[in-house]
Design a protein around this ligand. Structure first.
Ligand SMILES: Nc1nc2c(ncn2[C@@H]2O[C@H](COP(=O)(O)OP(=O)(O)OP(=O)(O)O)[C@@H](O)[C@H]2O)c(=O)[nH]1
Ligand SMILES: [Mg+2]
Length: 453
């Protein structure tokens, strides 16, 4: 795709710094470069220059680097002016570049041009944003692997396997009587479908971990008043953030803390105790608590085991399981075992995970942390790549199309329907890398960038 206008922006953050960079990209770049530098400079090398104003006064001096199309980040002619990092200087330089015909770039517009000029695919484009926004070292490493094309390579490999299968099957539609297909191609075809399905599943699992590392998991603490929810919240967040008293109904607002459990990023939320006769303020607190419970990845239902002897977790979880989102899970925490003398343990009772612990003494907290990591499918040592929910959705759709072939179409000999499902699966994979374009996805991705990237 050819772009017709020239864009410019400050590439470094606003404020004061040693160096500040103005970046220009587009067809007017050569002309702008000549005018602002008052000379022609060498390509792809650092040129020490004066930067001139319209009336030939020196605004600043520094390094100018010129990249000729297509060997640049955007694939267009690009000029970088590395000046002194004061905001007044940066503003003057940017104003001069705009005067010479560039317009101010939108957020992410340089990267968008890199994508449109096939310098990067969509996964790599997103990886740049993830790299800039990475909250942990691990997240940054993962983003770097995506940027280097690890994730794209795997998606492209699957897409070409699907293309091969489509070619096989479409050839059958054109040239062979339907009755003949079943005999020859079937077993081979079934093996291929099984094999691709397996690979999609594996890729989905790796992508899922990438999403968790980027977005974190949301853990909501709930339960009746006075069970020790805020005490647990304070333990997990490592600070005395929530008020703890022996008066039921202490917590009303939702409290949030952003923590790391051995590298697993997590939003932990403390909420108002749930009960039947709340006052006006508690009622609002309980409404807010339910709102969070419904959105949680994981719900921790805290029970005071010193007064509630109910050991069948199903009697405690009924209301909750109905309200949870399909992807979330729930664990019952039998708290205050320092009062009951129970040993700390993690058990599955009637299919519900239960942990016995004490937030007062800290016994069982290790068990809880391990459990939360394993529920999230998180392994700190594994090499992965950064991924997003939209990638997971697309992989899931591709999986469903193939699953449909596997479950419903193989014996039916409906070759055209099989070909159609293969096409859909291939398109779903194409959306991940940007081969198949969906407009609102593009808008959303680039709007998340900062200006100048
Ligand atoms: N013995 C013992 N007491 C605990 C434990 N955990 C919490 N408590 C006590 O239980 C009382 C209530 O604790 P909170 O953490 O405020 O309970 P909560 O569930 O947040 O209560 P609300 O906000 O009112 O719903 C406090 O007096 C805590 O010190 C525990 O493991 N053992
Ligand atoms: Mg509380």
């Amino acid at each position: 795709m050819k772009t017709t206008d020239t864009i410019a922006a400050q590439a470094t953050p606003t404020g004061r710094g040693g160096v500040g960079i103005i970046r220009v990209s587009g067809p007017l770049t050569a002309q702008i470069s000549r005018k602002i530098l008052d000379k022609t400079i060498d390509v792809r090398s650092a040129n020490f220059c004066n930067f001139f104003s319209k009336d030939k006064k020196i605004i600043d001096q520094g390094l100018a680097i010129y990249f000729s199309a297509p060997q640049s980040f955007t694939g267009e002619d690009v000029l970088e002016l590395h000046g002194h990092g004061g905001q007044v200087i940066m503003d003057l330089l940017l104003r001069r570049v705009l005067e010479l015909g560039a317009r101010l770039a939108n957020p992410g517009e340089f990267t968008e041009r890199a994508f449109l000029n096939h310098k990067l695919d969509l996964i790599q484009t997103e990886a740049i944003a993830d790299l800039i926004n990475a909250a942990t070292e691990k997240a940054a490493q993962n983003a770097m692997r995506s940027l280097q094309g690890e994730f794209s390579k795997q998606v492209n490999k699957l897409a070409s396997l699907l293309i091969e299968l489509r070619a096989q099957i479409e050839a059958t539609i054109d040239f062979v009587e339907e009755a003949e297909i079943k005999k020859g191609t079937n077993q081979n075809f079934i093996n291929n479908i099984n094999n691709i399905l397996l690979q999609i599943k594996q890729l989905k699992n790796t992508a899922k971990r990438g999403v968790i590392l980027r977005d974190g998991v949301t853990i909501v603490i709930t339960g009746s008043p006075n069970t020790g929810k805020s005490s647990l919240f304070n333990c997990l967040s490592g600070q005395d953030a929530a008020i703890v008293t022996d008066i039921p109904g202490t917590t009303r607002d939702v409290l949030r803390s952003w923590i790391q459990i051995d590298g697993l990023p997590a939003h932990v939320l403390d909420t108002a105790g749930l009960h039947d006769q709340p006052d006006l303020i508690e009622e609002e607190g309980i409404r807010r608590a339910w709102e969070e419970i419904k959105k949680a990845d994981h719900v921790l239902l805290v029970v005071d085991s010193s007064i509630n002897e109910e050991s069948d977790p199903n009697k405690l979880t009924g209301d909750f399981l109905k309200e949870l989102s399909p992807h979330s899970s729930l664990t019952v925490l039998y708290n205050k075992i320092d009062l009951t003398g129970e040993a700390t343990k993690l058990i599955k009772a009637n299919n519900v995970d239960c942990i016995y612990l004490s937030t007062k003494t800290g016994t069982g907290l290790d068990l809880l942390m391990q459990h939360l990591k394993s529920k999230a499918g998180f392994q700190a040592t594994e090499e992965g790549f950064s991924a997003r929910r939209r990638h997971l959705d697309a992989l899931e759709r591709a999986e469903n199309y193939l699953q449909n072939i596997q479950n419903n179409l193989l014996d039916s000999n409906k070759v055209e329907l099989i070909a159609e499902e293969l096409k859909h699966a291939q398109q779903a994979l194409g959306e991940i890398t940007g081969e198949v374009l969906v407009d609102d996805i593009l808008n959303k991705i680039f709007s998340e960038f900062c200006v100048g990237k």
